[in-house]
Design a protein around this ligand. Structure first.
Ligand SMILES: [Zn+2]
Length: 471
C-alpha cells in the first residue's frame, strides 16, 4: 500500500512520525485505536479517591449580552425578552427577531422594539464563515479515574495514547471557549438537496467567534474497559438530563458528569454561546457491544456468536432483559437528540474501511442498520473507524463500489482522521472532513499542532505516565 493510497490518514501517521522523530509507520492505521474486544484483568491496587471532575467556571460574560433594559420592563414582557435572548445568544437572530415581532404587544411595546433593533444590529455585524475553514476535533471516552486507567495493565498504553482525561477535556473546552470557538453541526456546514446532491451550508457569526465540529468515538463503554476508570453508561435522570453512571469499587453506582456528553451539556447551560443554535457534538457509534453502555446487540438476545466478555457479562447478569435494555438505550438517545446531539455510524464492527471489501462493508452496515439504527435513528454521517477512509484524498465517485454502496444507503457526510487544522472536501455528492485527535499521543508528541485550540502545558494531566508510548 503506497503512501499516496493511504492519504489523508496516511499523512496523519506520516506527520506524527516525522514530527516525533520516530520512523515512518507503514500500513499501521489498524493499530491506531485499540478497540478490539479483549478481556481485561483488573488489578485492584490501593486506589486513591477518584478525582472529581474539574468544575468549569464561566470565564467571561456570554456575548452578545442580553438586551439592556434602560426603562423598567413590564413584568409580563420579561419572559418574552428572555426567550428572544436565548435564541440570540446562540446566534439565531432571525428567530429572535421573528419571535419578538410576532408578539401581539410588539406594536406598542418599546422594550420589544428596542430588542429587535439590537438584534438587527448584531445580525448585521455577523459575517458568513468560509465552509472550508472549519476545524473538527474528536475525543474517545474520557478517563474519569486516572489511577485505574494508568494502572500498568495491558491497556494502559492505549489509554495513554488515545484517550483524554476529564480534567484535560475541561481545560481544552474552556480554552476553546475563551478563544471564541462555537460548536456547529456537520449539517450546518453542508446541506443535502432533495435529489441527494449536496451544497455548502451557511454559518453566520459575530466578530471573534469561529465554528468547529466536536465528535466523540466509540461511546459504547466496551466490556474491555470495565474497571479501568471510565463511566459505565449514559442515563436519563428524573429531571430529564443525560448523565453518566460510574461503578465504584464497592459496587455502588454514582451518577455524574463522567464523560463528554453531560460535561458539554452543563458547559452549554452555563455558556449558551458555545453552541450554534443549540447544536452540539456528534457521536460515532459501533454496535457490537451495544451503544451508550447498553448491551443492545442482537447477540445478547440470541446468545449466538458471543465473544468471551459478552458471555461473561450475560453470566454475571442472569436477570438481563434485552427488550428493556433496548428501550433504555433509546430513551437516552432520544434525550440526547433533544439536547442537540447527533449520531454517526462508526461501522458496526469497528471495521477498517480501507482494507475491507465493499461486500464486507455492506454486511457490516446491514448489522448497523439492524442493531443500532432502531435505537439511535437515521444518520447520513459515517465517521470511519481507525480514520481509515474508503478512498485517498481524491474525490469520491461512483466507480468506487464502497462509496456507491454507502451513498445508496443514505450516507452523505464522511469523516477520516487528519492532524492538519483543516481537511475539508466538497463534491456535489459527498462532504468529507478530517478530524483531529486531541489525546495523549497528540499532546505529548505534537503540542504545536494544538496551539490554535489550547496550550498543552496548561492542559496536561500530570497523572499521565510519560513518555506516552510511541505507536
Ligand atoms: Zn473508533
Amino acid at each position: 500500500m503506497s503512501y499516496k493510497r493511504q492519504k489523508p490518514w496516511g499523512r496523519f501517521l506520516f506527520m506524527t512520525a516525522v514530527l516525533s522523530g520516530t520512523a515512518v509507520l507503514s500500513g499501521c492505521s489498524v493499530h491506531m485505536l485499540p478497540f478490539d474486544d479483549k478481556v481485561v484483568e483488573v488489578q485492584d491496587d490501593d486506589k486513591e479517591e477518584p478525582k472529581k471532575a474539574v468544575e468549569i467556571k464561566p470565564t467571561r460574560a456570554p456575548s452578545p449580552t442580553p438586551v439592556p433594559t434602560e426603562t423598567p420592563v413590564p413584568l409580563e414582557v420579561q419572559p418574552i425578552l428572555d426567550e428572544a435572548a436565548s435564541y440570540a445568544l446562540q446566534y439565531d437572530y432571525d428567530k429572535a427577531i421573528a419571535f419578538l415581532e410576532d408578539q401581539p404587544e410588539f406594536g406598542e411595546d418599546l422594550a420589544l422594539q428596542t430588542a429587535v433593533k439590537k438584534y438587527r444590529n448584531t445580525r448585521a455585524a455577523c459575517t458568513e464563515w468560509k465552509m472550508e475553514d472549519i476545524t473538527h476535533v474528536f475525543f474517545h471516552t474520557l478517563i474519569y479515574d486516572t489511577s485505574k486507567a494508568f494502572d500498568g495493565d495491558e491497556d494502559e498504553a492505549g489509554y495513554n495514547q488515545m484517550m483524554t482525561t476529564i480534567s484535560e477535556f475541561n481545560r481544552i473546552i474552556e480554552s476553546m471557549y475563551d478563544k471564541g470557538y462555537v460548536m456547529v453541526s456537520l449539517h450546518d456546514i453542508a446541506t443535502v438537496n432533495d435529489d441527494g446532491t449536496m451544497a455548502p451550508g451557511s454559518i453566520k457569526l459575530p466578530p471573534g467567534r469561529k465554528p468547529f465540529v466536536l465528535s466523540q468515538d466509540d461511546v459504547s463503554y466496551y466490556h474491555y474497559m470495565d474497571g479501568d476508570g471510565f463511566a459505565s453508561r449514559l442515563i436519563v435522570t428524573d429531571d430529564g438530563s443525560v448523565k453518566c453512571e460510574y461503578i465504584e469499587d464497592d459496587g455502588t453506582v454514582s451518577v455524574g458528569n463522567y464523560d463528554m456528553v453531560p460535561l458539554i451539556d452543563e458547559f452549554v447551560e452555563e455558556h449558551p454561546d458555545f453552541s450554534y443554535r443549540g447544536h452540539k457534538g456528534i457521536l460515532a457509534m459501533t454496535g457490537y457491544n451495544g451503544v451508550l453502555g447498553y448491551r443492545t446487540d442482537s447477540a445478547y438476545k440470541t446468545g449466538q456468536n458471543l465473544q468471551d466478555n459478552q458471555k461473561e457479562f450475560l453470566d454475571a447478569n442472569p436477570d438481563f432483559d434485552y427488550d428493556s435494555e433496548v428501550a433504555e438505550a433509546k430513551k437516552v438517545a432520544d434525550a440526547m437528540k433533544a439536547e442537540g446531539w447527533e449520531f454517526a455510524s462508526h461501522t458496526w464492527g469497528h471495521r477498517n474501511a480501507t482494507s475491507s471489501s465493499a461486500g464486507e462493508l455492506k454486511s457490516d452496515n446491514e448489522k448497523w442498520e439492524k442493531n443500532v439504527k432502531p435505537i439511535l435513528g437515521d444518520t447520513d454521517v459515517i465517521i470511519f473507524a481507525f480514520g481509515a477512509d474508503i478512498s485517498n484524498w481524491e474525490k469520491y465517485d461512483f466507480d468506487n463500489p464502497k462509496f456507491a454502496y454507502y451513498k445508496s444507503r443514505g450516507y452523505n457526510y464522511y469523516c477520516n482522521v487528519d492532524s492538519n487544522r483543516l481537511w475539508v472536501q466538497f463534491t456535489d455528492q459527498a462532504f468529507r472532513m478530517g478530524r483531529r485527535n486531541l489525546d495523549g499521543y497528540r499532546m505529548y508528541y505534537n503540542p504545536e499542532l494544538c496551539s490554535d485550540l489550547f496550550d498543552v502545558d496548561e492542559v496536561w494531566d500530570q497523572s499521565r505516565p510519560t513518555p506516552v508510548p510511541e505507536m
